[in-house]
Write a protein of this length. Structure first.
Lengths: 192, 503
């Protein structure tokens, strides 16, 4: 092999090496295994107007559904926030009552990967005891829980916190140290 | 998962109590050898091994240095370590340690070895950390287990004392569980903090009491000076941590007409009834349109019910509160358990926003929610982590035990609830709202048939006025008394009732 042939061979080897490096560079961000969809292929979730069922106390110590059109964001926690803020503002109908008094507001929330919603309600004011009978407390707590669980099937249960802490009860009766699930027995069949 | 884990741990504990005949499965050890036990100025050799769950250390070497008496336990391969007046029971095959009557989970079961039992760090922390104030730090690179005294904390304490129905309850409340020992002597109980100091600024003046003469606070100890001829039982309440002493006379004073002159024992019939007037103190409960407060009316009803029950049948009746005092829900149930009551009746008055809702309803405990919780928790293994509470495993164990307390009495609770509801409807012609189930906190931990009676709606102006009428209340009380009589007859049988009536 003369000098010229050797130089040509070296150039070909270098070109091949460069080609391999370029091919690896172009492939390195692609998914390694099948079944994974690149993020850019995921359809964009957009905010939309939906009709939600809100569960408010009404006549005879029952919960009644009030349907409300809500502009719901795409992300689950934003949808939950929107739903709860609307719920806490109270009903629009004349025959229904707010579940919680005005001094109760949404302090914060988080949803775990398993679909457990931690809902923190803040109570302002001097007296930490709510002047509730047990029925009023049940309607408030389960009105909230039903509103969450019967509108957002992604959520499996609610842990209710009060001023950032999980308490034995929220208003002196119902045990809130456990996961709260929907209670449809309190829901009346018709609007009042 | 946390609750299921607890059940499994409970299963592990049962394995200690009633061990299987075969040897525990051997655990794969990745490393074994000699490490150093570093106790400040002293360094001594210490056998160690590493399993997939973490390091384990030869217990005997540590006991020699830190103290305690280690011996074989009464059960197969079990070990017993006695430290002061505390006994720790553990053994291979069980990822739990029993401390007195408490059960604590461990990261792994102790492992038998030629040089004696090897135990995980959390067992050492349970024994020597909780009880003696030591902390352990394992350095895997240097093969050194450091033991140091935990830094001293200033522990705030709130002391409350209340005398009800011949029992004085002293509550020592801490923001977290301190390390402590209880020493008992004649007429004296001393709670000694281990390694920590008390913050005396949080202690308020206590009322004069016939059974607890004085409560003295030192830097590291609280002394309860008791009257003569009294006994005291201690128990723990959680969230927040409270160490509670119930002090009562060995032979009750004759001036206490509401107490039976015999100490509480669980009877086969219905001989002890605890009535719980709902709410109290700053917790008014529901408020009627004309200002009637639920806490006042429940106390009035409870006192009348107690008097009427004692007139009509030979029962001992205890009220959870006999004054306008705030009482935690758990304390009400604990009092009923401590009194070994045969029946627990929590009296309440209802309210809702609608002024038309009316009638009485009777509740017994619902445990479905907790059952479903267990199922949910099984699917949500990270729930504990999400809650951010490291104590949840133990907390869940307590919750399970708490749930179990009422679960075995659900059928009797339902039976009594139905009798109450029937009698109320018949006597008062009320809207029959029926017998219902709900997870009411005050019912859940009761170790006896227990109901919560909503006697009417204060939010309904007509019912509020009726409840303020003594004649109406008398009918209501009579209805409750008849329900108790029918329940006693069902439980005890007519022959027992007839025998009871003999002089």
């Amino acid at each position: 092999m003369n000098r010229r042939t050797a130089g040509l061979f070296l150039a070909v080897v270098l070109l091949l090496a460069l080609g391999i490096v370029a091919l690896w560079w172009s492939q390195r961000d692609r998914p390694a295994a099948s079944g994974q969809v690149p993020a850019s292929d995921t359809p964009e979730l957009e905010a939309a107007e939906v009709v939600a069922d809100l569960y408010f106390p009404g006549k005879g110590g029952r919960l009644f559904v009030e349907q409300r059109a809500l502009h719901m964001a795409a992300a689950l926690e934003e949808r939950l926030t929107s739903l709860l803020e609307t719920f806490l503002m109270g009903p629009e109908g004349d025959n229904l009552y707010p579940a919680f008094p005005p001094e109760v507001s949404l302090g914060g929330l988080t949803v775990t990967d398993e679909g457990i919603a931690f809902v923190d309600l803040t109570i302002t004011g001097q007296n930490t005891h709510l002047p509730w009978g047990s029925k009023q407390e049940m309607l408030a707590v389960y009105g909230l829980v039903d509103t969450v669980l019967l509108n957002l099937p992604e959520i499996q249960g609610v842990i209710l916190l009060r001023n950032g802490e999980q308490r034995a009860t929220f208003g002196g009766h119902l045990d809130t140290t456990r996961l709260l699930l929907a209670n449809e027995e309190l829901v009346a069949e018709r609007v009042p | 998962m946390a609750r299921l884990l607890c059940l499994l741990l409970l299963g592990g504990q049962l394995a200690v109590v009633a061990p299987a005949a075969e040897e525990p499965q051997p655990v794969a050890l990745y490393e074994s050898g000699l490490a150093t036990l570093d106790i400040g100025r002293r360094q001594v050799p210490l056998g160690y091994s590493v399993s997939v769950f973490g390091p384990v250390f030869t217990l005997r070497s540590i006991v020699v240095q830190l103290g305690g008496e280690l011996k074989l336990g009464p059960l197969y391969q079990s070990h017993e370590l006695i430290l002061g007046d505390t006994q720790f029971l553990f053994g291979p095959g069980s990822s739990a340690v029993t401390v007195g009557t408490e059960i604590y989970p461990l990261t792994q079961a102790p492992i038998p070895a030629e040089d004696g039992l090897k135990v995980p760090l959390d067992l050492l922390e349970t024994i020597y950390g909780e009880k003696m104030g030591y902390e352990f730090q394992w350095d895997p690179a240097g093969r050194t287990l450091k033991v140091r005294r935990q830094p001293q904390r200033q522990v705030p304490v709130t002391i409350d004392l209340v005398h009800l129905q011949g029992i004085t309850t002293v509550v020592l409340q801490f923001p977290y569980q301190p390390r402590y020992r209880i020493h008992r002597a004649a007429n004296l109980i001393e709670v000694e903090l281990i390694g920590d100091r008390l913050n005396p600024e949080m202690v308020k003046a206590l009322p004069t009491d016939p059974l607890v003469r004085d409560v003295k606070l030192g830097q590291q100890e609280i002394r309860l000076v008791l009257a003569k001829d009294v006994e005291a039982e201690d128990y723990i309440l959680q969230d927040p941590f409270r160490l509670v002493f119930d002090v009562y006379r060995k032979t009750p004073a004759t001036s206490a007409p509401t107490l039976d002159p015999t100490p509480p024992t669980r009877s086969s019939g219905v001989r002890t009834i605890v009535i719980d007037p709902g709410h109290g103190g700053s917790d008014t409960g529901a408020i009627g349109l004309s200002g009637t407060q639920e806490k006042d009316l429940t106390l009035t009803l409870a006192r009348a019910l107690r008097a009427r029950l004692m007139e009509r049948m030979p029962v001992r009746v205890v009220l959870t509160r006999n004054e306008d005092a705030e009482l935690p829900l758990e304390t009400r149930t604990a009092l009923a358990n401590q009194q070994k009551a045969d029946l627990f009746i929590s009296l309440h008055l209802n309210s809702v926003q609608s002024p038309t809702a009316n009638g009485a309803e009777t509740y017994f405990s619902s445990l479905e929610a907790s059952d479903e919780y267990a199922a949910q928790a099984a699917e949500t293994e990270n729930l504990v982590a999400a809650a951010g509470d490291d104590g949840d495993a133990l907390y869940d164990l307590q919750l399970i035990l708490w749930d179990l307390a009422q679960s075995q009495y659900l059928a009797q609770s339902q039976q009594f609830a139905k009798l109450v509801q029937d009698e109320l409807n018949d006597a008062l012609g009320l809207n029959n709202r029926g017998v219902k189930q709900a997870p009411f906190r005050v019912l859940i931990g009761a170790s006896m048939p227990a109901v919560l009676v909503e006697c009417g709606f204060l939010s309904n102006p007509e019912e509020e006025q009726a409840l303020l009428d003594p004649a109406y209340r008398s009918q209501l009380i009579n209805a409750l008394v008849r329900a108790v009589m029918r329940y006693r007859a069902a439980v005890m049988g007519p022959r027992a009732l007839a025998d009871e009536a003999l002089p």
